[in-house]
Design a protein around this ligand. Sequence first.
Ligand code: NAD
Ligand code: UDP
Length: 430
Amino acid sequence: MSAQAVSPIRTLDKNGEVITSVGFQRFGFDCEVPLDVLRSLYLRPHYVITASQADESKQSEETEHAKFTGAYGAYQSKSIFHPDTQSISYTTLSRFPPVKLLPPSQRKRILVTGGAGFVGSHLVDRLMILGHEVTVLDNFFTGSKTTVSHWVGHPNFEMVRHDVVEPFMIECDQIYHLACPASPPHYQFNAVKTIKTSFMGTLNMLGLAKRTKARFLITSTSEVYGDPEVHPQHEDYWGHVNPIGPRACYDEGKRVAETLTYGFHRQDGVDIRVARIFNTYGPRMNPFDGRVVSNFIVQALRGEDMTVYGDGKQTRSFQYIHDLVDGLIALMNSDETRPVNLGNGDEFTIGDFAELVRDIVEKVQREDGVEPPRRVNIIYKPMPMDDPQKRRPDTTRAKTVLDWEPRWTVRMGLEEMVRYYKAKMIEGSL
Ligand code: NAD
Ligand code: UDP
């Protein structure tokens, strides 16, 4: 294979154990996948650990794992930037990544709305590798075909350009309803469209679930708690949302989407699941979506000033994408119909978080033999209106009913995300 690792990646979880796989067996639905298999789909090959680089002395499990990862170069198409003509060429895949061969009784037909977005594309990777039939429905407002292009043409995969505000018919067993812009600049870009997507999109997908008797999971948000007066936020807290502020199109949109979901559940017996997702980050986040993690990393990598809004004392808790996908799949396959918070309890002030990101970017640059020319500055800009002051999930319910808790430390997740953006810069697409 063509991979030449700059340095093999060793990722440690919160207990200091090496992470070699993500997912687990829960509720009869296996969602375990080797981490390197997933990585091969988003990190450039030179960051993927290869068989030859795996430590020979490690147990047979790791050797097997390395064998499996050995052929990765074949599963990654390349985008090659030509600076002289300012053009980009894409190579095609010779083979698809291997997927599990499931008996028809276990293979599910799964619809993922918003499947070309950041969270959706990682969920699609996992469901595809696990051997299910996946249909992505997306209007590509904030998502991009490139996030799932490695599956296009696969017999288990279908991608449909469609806006969820219009009805859609398909036969399916499970619906993950994610379609909705998630970053404040994106959802505020067209506030009326955002609330329409939340309400009509959810109405249409619930109607589909009712007709097909599919199980329906909606990705709600910590924004339903607004600028919370209860800390940390547990699911029984009703929230503190400004219904007419700039964030209302999203916050109230998600609140009414939850109301609709419980309406269909009570009136029509639709089998529902509600995930309240807290700030999540990871590779494939749109680098220009204005969210804090993507902003800070891109600014630091480019040597630009990092922009903290307000005095930087507001807090957020950041969850890595693979933990979230574990939680979503566990919730979908559990019996829990109450809302469930999915987030990481490690809380940072945004000011401290800026310093952490700056340190990690410098660390990854040094690992690659590049000495950062200077420390980038952290500068302060006005605080956006209605910006929540504190946010941290109470994940007791997820722990109790799903046996789920985050495994990734913020540092480990950030390192991986910095590598992803850095590779994009080298490739010329950032
Ligand atoms: P994203 O913007 O990357 O993805 C959203 C996807 O939905 C995009 O592919 C977009 O093109 C698609 N979409 C938007 N409007 C649509 C429409 N009308 N019809 C069809 N497709 C449409 O955002 P994300 O971070 O991947 O978020 C996914 C879901 O998770 C959203 O529902 C969001 O509210 C929820 N969520 C995310 C976070 C987070 O931190 N990432 C936090 C809380 C909740
Ligand atoms: N933020 C910041 N600098 C940025 C982008 C965001 O200081 O360049 C702040 C923002 O004001 C908020 C926090 O970081 O307090 C998280 O913002 P994000 O848009 O990522 O998510 P949300 O506010 O929806 O949690």
